[in-house]
Each structure stands twice: as C-alpha cells, then as structure tokens.
Design a protein around this ligand. Structure first.
Ligand code: ATP
Ligand code: ATP
Ligand code: MG
Ligand code: MG
Ligand code: MG
Ligand code: MG
Length: 281
C-alpha cells in the first residue's frame, strides 16, 4: 500500500533514537509482584525458585541478544546493559525496551512450569514494564550498577529482619515495621544476631548481592594487573565503532558462543571488572 493517501499518518510517529556512544540500560520490573508473590505463596523474604526463574529468563534474553554485555537482577527487576557502541534497532528506545521486556516476559512465562511445577499460572499473568536509561561514562554506568546492588542489599537486610521478627519473633507486621523504622544497618545486624542468632553475612550471597549475568571468557588471575587500558573513561569507543563489518560479525559470533555465567558477586568494587576487562571494553 505504498503511497496510499493514508501514508501521511506515519509522520505522526516520533523518532526516539538514543544518543550515540552512550551506555544503554534497559531495566525491567515485575508489575504488581508484591501481589503475585502472595498469590503463588513465594517464600518470604526470598523465594529461591522465583529468583532462579528470573535468572533463567535473563540468560535466555542474553542468548537472544549478543549485544547485551551484562545483566544484573534482584527481586522482580533486571537491568540489561547494551554496549555503548551498539547499533541494534538503530538505537530506537521503544524498540529496544519493548523487545527486551517482551522477550523476558515470554521466557519467564514459558519457564514458569519448570520452576513452579506445582503452581500453574492463571490470569492475571506475570508482566513487566521496561525503560531505557542512558549513561554517558563508564563511571556513571558502574555507579548505576552499584546503586542497584546497594539497593538489593538495603532491601534484603530490611526484609530479612522484618520477616524474622514476624515469623520467629511473633510480632505483627505493623509492630515489626515500627520496630525497624529508625534502626541503622548495624543495629539491624545486631538485632538479627542477638535476637535470633542469625549472622547476616552468612545469608546466601544470591539474596545479599543479587545476580550478575555475563559472558564468561577467560578470567584474569587474581592480583595480576590486566593488560590494556584500565581507565575506562579514556576509551571513547572509537575502536569498536570502527570495526569492519566482517570483524564486527565475527566478534558478535564469539560473543554469542561464550558461556553465560550467573554469579552472586560484588560489582561495586573494582575487582570484578578488573578481572573481566572484556565486559566494558
Ligand atoms: P510495581 O508494579 O510498582 O513494580 P510491585 O508490587 O512489583 O509493584 P516492587 O517494588 O517491584 O513492587 O517489589 C517487588 C515485590 O515482589 C517485593 O517487594 C516482594 O514482595 C516481591 N518479590 C519479588 N521477588 C520475590 C522473591 N524472589 N521472593 C519473595 N518475594 C519476592
Ligand atoms: P520485524 O522484527 O522487523 O518486525 P518481521 O519479520 O516481524 O520483522 P513484519 O514487517 O513485522 O516483519 O512482518 C511480519 C511478517 O510475519 C509478515 O510479513 C508475514 O510474513 C508474517 N506473518 C505475520 N502474521 C502472519 C499470519 N497471520 N499469517 C502468515 N504470515 C504472517
Ligand atoms: Mg516499580
Ligand atoms: Mg515490581
Ligand atoms: Mg521491583
Ligand atoms: Mg514484526
């Protein structure tokens, strides 16, 4: 129907091309998962199967999109990082966020019976929202990821003590909330330890640190400085941008073949990044 009299309406569409040479984060978040976690009786504060399902859906997304260099998730959210040089979908924001969100949702629903064989899904079905956020420097991107991991820690410490007070301390949710309203992190740690013999640092890393999903090549050995440019902001991305088409295709193939690792490790400090220099290069 080219050149029909109706075609002018296409002009109403707005372009939403994201700035070039900036890191793209697509963050998805479950809609109404507080309610959903009650409906399917998720274990509180952390249902292991629900987190495993989130991670499995994230791995599937990474397999479908070799341009995603890293994912970080906790609770009902996941952040997917596209390399700043990506040209996927011409960097159209809505195309990127909707495709990642619907691909994640589709895998989440598809994989649900594997993780919850005794809890068949019924409407309203799980759904996720998604947004694109741009970060101009590697430092900003690192700070974004640090922000999400710090958030995971703060929420998990709170949820762990809250549910301990309710389940084992026999407080009502209102009483537990009141008891926690003014406590510092160290006071919370102390409450857990003195009151219930729980050392927060011995709680599973998956709950405390969230999940990092990345393409595993070869690790740099501990303590050995990695060759190449370690100041990420010196790198203007020109190298990747100037890769010839065949070199870029080849790199994409290598990326898509690499094993995808799921780990529960600190990504706030430098160590994770120094030992895996390919992730942000
Ligand atoms: P919104 O639609 O605004 O995102 P929401 O109910 O999803 O609302 P969030 O702030 O995203 O609110 O919080 C997600 C909630 O889902 C958590 O507070 C928690 O109650 C629940 N939840 C998510 N994952 C798990 C899990 N693995 N185990 C137990 N509860 C979980
Ligand atoms: P993109 O990812 O860019 O959207 P696409 O392959 O989905 O690529 P579209 O322009 O959206 O391309 O076209 C959808 C195509 O899907 C159609 O050209 C047709 O080949 C196929 N298709 C969709 N629905 C049907 C259907 N009901 N019966 C047969 N073919 C269909
Ligand atoms: Mg939300
Ligand atoms: Mg949510
Ligand atoms: Mg959330
Ligand atoms: Mg289509």
């Amino acid at each position: 129907m080219a050149n029909s009299k109706y075609e002018y309406v296409r002009e109403f569409e707005q372009t939403d091309l994201l700035l070039p040479n900036t890191w793209i984060v697509v963050r998805i978040d479950g809609r109404g998962f507080h309610k959903l976690s009650t409906k399917y009786a998720f274990e509180k504060p952390n249902d292991r199967s629900a987190l495993d399902l989130m991670n499995a859906a994230a791995v599937s997304v990474m397999k479908e999109f070799p341009d995603v260099i890293l994912g970080y998730g906790d609770s009902d959210e996941y952040s997917f990082i596209f390399h700043k040089s990506t040209s996927l979908f011409q960097r159209r924001a809505s195309k990127l966020s909707t495709t990642i969100t619907s691909t994640f949702t589709a895998h989440y629903v598809y994989l649900w019976p594997t993780y919850f064989p005794m809890k068949p899904l019924s409407p309203p079905l799980p759904s996720f929202d998604g947004r694109c956020v741009l970060y101009p420097t590697t430092k900003d991107l690192r700070n974004y990821l640090a922000w999400r991991q710090a958030d995971c820690h703060i929420n998990n410490l709170y949820n762990t003590i809250f549910h301990t007070l309710v389940l084992r301390g026999n407080l009502s949710p209102q009483e537990a909330e009141a008891a926690l309203s003014t406590t510092t992190a160290s006071a919370k740690n102390e409450m857990l330890f003195q009151g219930f013999g729980i050392n927060y640092n011995n709680e599973p890393e998956m709950y405390r640190k969230g999940s990092v999903v990345y393409r595993a090549y070869e690790l740099a050995p501990v303590g050995v400085p990695v060759s190449g440019n370690l100041n990420p902001d010196d790198d203007d991305g020109a190298e990747r941008a100037s890769l010839s088409k065949t070199a870029a295709e080849k790199e994409k193939k290598i990326r898509s073949k690499a094993r995808i690792a799921v780990e529960h490790v600190d990504i706030i400090k430098d160590d994770f990044w120094e030992r895996r220099p390919w992730i942000l290069s």
